[in-house]
Each structure stands twice: as structure tokens, then as C-alpha cells.
Design a protein around this ligand. Structure first.
Ligand SMILES: Cc1cc2nc3c(=O)[nH]c(=O)nc-3n(C[C@H](O)[C@H](O)[C@H](O)COP(=O)(O)OP(=O)(O)OC[C@H]3O[C@@H](n4cnc5c(N)ncnc54)[C@H](O)[C@@H]3O)c2cc1C
Length: 403
């Protein structure tokens, strides 16, 4: 333990093992809560944000369906509810060989480390001309303001799309692009100005959303056509510019506002660490979440390299399963028990895709593929999930298994 770390520990040094979790998203919070529940570790969570951001609900911020603060749960309240220690600081370096994480303000030594810093994004040429709902949380406010300005102007063209990472098929996030697009469509219809706007969906792959399954793909096509949303897919993106999107075949898509979710890429802190990475920069783990070549470092959520079927996806529920597994497996290792939990048997896509006036429940597992349209009620189910996620994270209501 470093001097700084020891000095900051409430109650001074203790003989309990130190479990350090880095990242305060779904994975980090779930890992810290479950490690604390084990009752045998001094648990510290380090995050560079002081709140858990409920990404799935953030799709309503641009259309003013949700205030920014409503997508946040203060980490301080979560740490108080569950009893783990919170440090708001930025991780700069991980030295697993020395068992040390260096942050901007202090170094933290650990006996067990859980990596949960999420992922970074691919950098396409001219990406600064686009806005992503999956980037830093504050971008949702920029999207909202740009959308407001177009609504005041009374007409315009909006292009919404997503890309992938050719080095890792799990690093695509398309659902929020569809959700944002349909929510914007519904907003413009409610304002009775939809006919003065052009909405276009674009993606470089020939069948975007294909990993959700054939049925979902057919349904998305129908929904886009019904909402009169144009489609430009199957041509690689060359660059973005202030006027829109340039495609590799020389074509272009002009738009006043381009909302684009790039494919995910490895977190830069991991690239600068001594940990094993896959080609796309995600941390290599085994089924239990243990980082390859280590005995006390686990990775959970978007930061980790997922293995499994081609359609596997980096999702919130998978992040939480991995985090809980990490806590269980750390406790088992510490007490010398042989049992371990793995994430691969739980790999599935579960998506309640909101459309602003309803939703579609999409499930893809190893055996089944379901698509259930839920007009009206689906939208309120997703809203209810936001409340449920907040209340369970704050320990106010119990968590239902698998939800
Ligand atoms: C708009 C949107 C909608 C989504 N909808 C769904 C959905 O409906 N269903 C679903 O299952 N999944 C959904 N997802 C995916 C889901 O949100 C992610 O898979 C999940 O957030 C991953 O959790 P994580 O904890 O691994 O990473 P993150 O949520 O990205 O959290 C990473 C944490 O690490 C912190 N951090 C990063 N770098 C540092 C550093 N250097 N030092 C300290 N802390 C750091 C961050 O501040 C953050 O607290 C959605 C994602 C988005 C963006």
C-alpha cells in the first residue's frame, strides 16, 4: 500500500485484502456492490465521473424526454448505500506487475483489481463534425441543442448512423442509433413539422443490425419505410465534413446534423498498461473474467475482449454478469474454493428498442431469436426500467434475478 493510499483509508490500515475497482459504470458499480457484499474486502471504486450514467435512458435527452440529471445516479449515494469507498479520480496507468494503479491525485495498491473503464471509440477522419449519443454524457446536451436549433429554423436534414470495428465484431453499437432516429421522427411528427425534415439512416455494413437476427432486420426495414426514413447502407464511410458524410465510392450524404456512433475501440489506459490485449485493444480474459497471465486482475464490461458467437455484443446486462462473476470468483479464489462462474453461457442480446411511442423487445441467444413489437407499452416499460435501475442501484428495492 502506498503512503497516500494508507493515509486516505478511513480507520487506517486493515488486515483485509484490498479490492480495487476502476470505472463507475454498470460493470464497476456491480463489481463494487458485490465485492462489498462478500464482507471480507476493503473495497474502493475509482471513477473519473462522480455519477453512474444510465446510458440506455440517455436516448431521450436530445428530444427533451428526460433531463440530463435524470440519467445520473450519484456514485456517492451508491457508495453510502452499499458501504464501499469511493474515489473520484482519473486512472492514468495500471502496473499489474507491481499491483499498482496510478491516478492523477494518488496511487492505489491492490490485492485484487477489477478493470471496468468501458471502451473508447474509433476515430474516423472528420469525426469532430459528428455527435455521438454513446460518447461522453455531455454530448447528449449538444445533440439536444442542435436539434432545438433545427426545430426553431423549421426545416432541415438529419443523418443518423453507426459504424463497426473490423477487428472485433462485438464492438458495434447500433441500437441507440435506431432509438434516437425514431425518437426524433416522433418528436417532429408531434410538432407537425416532420414533412419539412429529411431523416436518413446510414451505415457502412450491408445489413446493419444483422446480429440482432433476421426477424429484427426485417422489422427495422419496415419501421424505417413506414416512418419515411431514407436508408444509405453498404458503402464504407471515407470521412465526415461540416456538410455531411463522404462515402468511399465518391458519393455523399448532405446533412445539417450528423449523429454517428463509431465502433468501439480499446480504452487508451489499457493500451498504455502491461495487460494483454486483443487486436482491437480490448483486455483478454478467460471465461471467468480473469485477465490472461494474471492471478488477481479481472475485467468486466465493455473494456474486456468478449469471446463467443459472432453476434455477441457489449451490453449493460453482460457487463453486470461479468462484474458479479468477478466478485464471486475473487471471493472463491481468496477462500481457496474451486468453483468459478463464467460469462459465456450468459451471452445474449437483450434490447428493449425504444421508438418514442412504443418499443420492440429483441432477444437473441444461442437457441432463440425473438422480436416482440410492444406499441405504447414498450416505451413505458423502458422508462420504468430507468426507475428500477436507479432504485436497485441505490439499494432501495431488491434486484430481480436476471434484470
Ligand atoms: C446510448 C446507449 C444506450 C444503450 N442501451 C443499452 C440497452 O438498452 N441495453 C443494454 O444492455 N446495453 C445498452 N447500452 C450498452 C451499455 O450501456 C454498456 O454496455 C455499458 O454501459 C457498459 O458498462 P461499463 O461499466 O463496461 O462501461 P461504461 O458504462 O462506459 O463505464 C465506464 C466507467 O469508467 C469510467 N472511466 C473511464 N475511463 C476512466 C479513467 N481513466 N479513470 C477513471 N474512470 C474512468 C467512466 O467514467 C465510467 O464511469 C447502451 C449504451 C449506450 C451508449
Amino acid at each position: 500500500m502506498t503512503d497516500i493510499d494508507r493515509a486516505r483509508r478511513p480507520g487506517g490500515p486493515s488486515s483485509r485484502k484490498r479490492a480495487l475497482v476502476i470505472g463507475g459504470g454498470f460493470a464497476g458499480v456491480a463489481a463494487a456492490i458485490d465485492l462489498q457484499k462478500q464482507g471480507r474486502f476493503d473495497v474502493t471504486l475509482v471513477s473519473d465521473r462522480d455519477y453512474l450514467y444510465l446510458y440506455p435512458t440517455s436516448i431521450w435527452i436530445p428530444t427533451r424526454g428526460l433531463r440530463f440529471e435524470q440519467a445520473q445516479v450519484p456514485l456517492e449515494s451508491i457508495s453510502r448505500a452499499h458501504g464501499f469507498r469511493l474515489v473520484v479520480d482519473r486512472v492514468e496507468e495500471i502496473r499489474s506487475a507491481d499491483g499498482v494503479v496510478r491516478c492523477t491525485q494518488a496511487e492505489h495498491a491492490y490485492d485484487y483489481l477489477v478493470l471496468a473503464t468501458g471502451a473508447a471509440k474509433m476515430r474516423h477522419p472528420g469525426i469532430e463534425n459528428t455527435l455521438s449519443i454513446c460518447g461522453v454524457p455531455e454530448t447528449s446536451l449538444e445533440i439536444r441543442d442542435r436539434l432545438d436549433a433545427l426545430i426553431v429554423k423549421g426545416s432541415g436534414s438529419i443523418a443518423v448512423g453507426f459504424g463497426g470495428n473490423p477487428k472485433d465484431t462485438s464492438a458495434v453499437r447500433g441500437g441507440p442509433a435506431f432509438e434516437l432516429l425514431f425518437n426524433i421522427d416522433v418528436l417532429l411528427r408531434r410538432k407537425k413539422i416532420r414533412d419539412r425534415f429529411t431523416l436518413t439512416f446510414f451505415a457502412p455494413m450491408a445489413e446493419p443490425g444483422e446480429r440482432m437476427g433476421r426477424r429484427a432486420l426485417t422489422m427495422m426495414d419496415r419501421m424505417l419505410a413506414a416512418a419515411r426514413i431514407a436508408k444509405r447502407v453498404g458503402i464504407p464511410i471515407a470521412a465526415f465534413d461540416p456538410e455531411g458524410v463522404q462515402f468511399a465510392d465518391g458519393g455523399r450524404l448532405d446533412a445539417d446534423l450528423v449523429l454517428f456512433i463509431p465502433g468501439a475501440a480499446g480504452h487508451p489506459i489499457m493500451a498504455a498498461s502491461d495487460l494483454p490485449l486483443n487486436e482491437a485493444g480490448f483486455v483478454r480474459i478467460d471465461d471467468t473474467g480473469l485477465v490472461e497471465g494474471t492471478s488477481n486482475v479481472y475485467a468486466a464490461g465493455d473494456v474486456a475482449a468478449l469471446e463467443g458467437p459472432r453476434w455477441r455484443a457489449k451490453q449493460g446486462h453482460t457487463a453486470e454478469v461479468m462484474a458479479r462473476n468477478a466478485a464471486f470468483n475473487i471471493a472463491a479464489a481468496e477462500s481457496g474454493r474451486p468453483e468459478r462462474k463464467g460469462y459465456q453461457q450468459h451471452l445474449s442480446i437483450v434490447c428493449l428498442m425504444d421508438t418514442g411511442n412504443g418499443a420492440a423487445l429483441i432477444y437473441r441467444g444461442r437457441k432463440n431469436n425473438l422480436v416482440i413489437p410492444l406499441p405504447v407499452v414498450g416505451h413505458w416499460m423502458k422508462r420504468a426500467w430507468g426507475t428500477y435501475a436507479r432504485q436497485t442501484t441505490l439499494g432501495r428495492i431488491p434486484r430481480l434475478p436476471g434484470l
